[in-house]
Write a protein that binds this ligand. Structure first.
Ligand SMILES: NC(=O)c1ccc[n+]([C@@H]2O[C@H](COP(=O)([O-])OP(=O)(O)OC[C@H]3O[C@@H](n4cnc5c(N)ncnc54)[C@H](O)[C@@H]3O)[C@@H](O)[C@H]2O)c1
Length: 469
């Protein structure tokens, strides 16, 4: 199939690269000339595992880059819209990028096309896209709209795309359904998984995936409901973690007992400093706005958002209760990305925390394996950056773990102990066994678990509970 993907960001670039690997001819379109130039010269603008390999495999062959959406539309049977849908001031999704793409597509529909919404959009967007395309002169029989929400996670985006739990396609005509079946055929038939050069299968993947065909509205709702549910799971366990902290229980043990119930499942029960990123925060507010517009007051979502924000403030209070005053204290910060495996810092709880710590007068030396460039743009000059975790920890009054990078879960603890001024670790991601940390001479504070204190005074032990010295 000849496919255009509009928007070469985290979703568009991965989608285009994966479609090429499935054998399709892909034009990746963007209106950011700098990004296109970088892509044309072989640079990969985002940190994503397997993406460089795929772009190298197909760049200049099955993948082309273009700034000309109309030419790409003419040359393609399906046009995937993967541009941003950021939040507006009032919380609903800003659909102006999607609308401008729909308008431009309209001028170039010379044969039948399927226009696919890949961006996360509110219900009814398919109807709006259809209206805009027709309003600009295209006959209704010349195109169909499909909704094909994307469930990939940054950090594992390529394998998520190629080994999805399911593929959701919302359509109103059989003709559009058939085009979508053909596009995903290499996955749903299992053909791709038999290939010697296929991207390796991740542990839990069940291939081939099921293709779920729904109405366009249902598909739009599936995406918003999925993200809202996952965010709810995170906030739920964070609320439980807060109770664990006050009663002296261990949230990890609670998670074990809770997650082994097959109706609940263990995934997304990770207590920490809360969710962030470019999806959950904006999709929750957008879904709440959609619900409100349809006459339903979805207050559960407000509570999910409130718990998430409170989680960050709670961690900050913990830092204060351990270090007493913050002004002038040196903190080694491990992690700036909103989660491990990505360079994305949008709505990163780590970055928001660092901003608050800087505001309180702390000296911060941070390290992140991939997100420092982006963090520099957002944080400016008030922060130092290190070349590795040990340099960040050098001379620190405390080390803060804010992102769950694998390399932060496997630190050389002896080396870390040798680097810091005081052996205090505040772990916002629960990466370590508290007993192991005390064995290595650290006082260790995590989320929802009793603090593990190295042999200090009884007074210090009490301070962790009541905030007094
Ligand atoms: N990032 C994720 O993990 C993820 C996962 C699933 C769904 N989504 C959804 O996918 C959509 C895209 O997200 P993203 O993270 O890839 O965004 P992004 O900001 O990384 O990329 C968007 C791209 O679209 C381009 N663009 C904007 N307007 C354009 C136009 N008129 N013509 C051509 N290009 C244009 C931008 O230059 C940019 O490169 C959003 O709706 C998001 O909610 C994101």
């Amino acid at each position: 199939m000849r496919i255009a993907v509009v928007g070469s960001g985290y979703v568009g670039l991965v989608t285009g690269a994966c479609f090429a690997d499935l054998g399709h001819e892909v034009v990746l379109v963007d209106n950011d000339e700098k990004k296109l130039e970088a892509l044309r010269t072989g640079k990969v603008p985002i940190h994503e595992r397997f993406l460089p390999e795929l772009l190298e495999r197909h760049g200049g062959g099955r993948i082309k880059f273009s700034g000309d959406l109309q030419a790409a539309t003419r040359a393609s049977e399906a046009i995937f819209i993967a541009v941003g849908t950021p939040p507006t001031e009032s919380g609903d999704a800003d659909m102006s990028y999607v609308e401008s793409v729909a308008r431009e597509i309209s001028g170039a529909v010379e044969s039948y096309k399927v226009v696919v919404e890949k961006s996360t959009v509110p219900v009814y967007t398919n109807q709006w896209i259809q209206t805009i395309i027709m309003r600009n002169g295209t006959e209704p029989e010349m195109f169909d709209i499909a909704s094909n929400p994307e469930f990939l996670r940054e950090g594992t985006a390529v394998t998520d795309f190629l080994y999805p739990d399911r593929i959701v396609v919302g359509v109103e005509t059989e003709r559009a359904a058939e085009v979508m079946r053909q596009i995903y055929g290499p996955l749903t038939s299992g053909w791709y998984y038999g290939r010697a050069d296929a991207i390796p299968r991740p542990d839990r993947a069940q291939a081939p995936p099921r293709l779920i065909i729904t109405s366009a509205k249902s598909a739009e709702l599936i995406k918003h409901a999925s993200n809202a549910f996952l965010a709810m799971k995170i906030s739920f366990i964070n609320a439980v973690a807060s109770i664990c902290e006050t009663v002296g229980a261990n949230v990890q043990q609670v998670c074990d007992g809770l997650g082994t119930d097959s109706r609940i499942g263990p995934r997304f029960l990770n207590p920490g400093i809360g969710y962030g990123g470019s999806c959950f925060p904006k999709d929750l507010t957008a879904f709440r706005a959609v619900a409100k517009e349809s006459g339903y007051d979805f207050r559960l979502l407000e509570e999910v958002i409130r718990i998430n924000e409170e989680q960050r403030h709670r961690f900050l209070r913990k830092v204060r209760s351990v270090l007493w005053t913050l002004r002038g204290k040196k903190l080694g910060v491990l992690g700036l990305a909103f989660k491990g495996g990505t360079d994305d810092t949008r709505e990163s709880p780590a970055l928001l925390l660092v901003q608050e710590l800087l505001h309180e007068g702390c000296r911060v030396c941070a390290y992140d394996p991939a997100a420092m460039e982006r963090a520099k743009e957002e944080l400016g000059s008030g922060i130092e950056f290190a070349t590795d975790a040990y340099e960040a920890a050098k001379g620190a009054d405390a080390v803060l773990i804010l992102t769950e990078w694998e390399e932060f879960a496997t630190l050389d603890l002896e080396r870390l102990r040798g680097a810091v001024k005081y052996p205090i670790v505040l772990d916002g991601r629960n990466l370590y066994d508290p007993a192991v940390m005390t064995e290595h001479g650290f006082s260790y504070y995590s989320v929802g678990r009793p603090p593990a204190l190295r042999e200090e005074t009884h007074a210090a032990r009490a301070s962790a509970h009541n905030g007094r010295p």
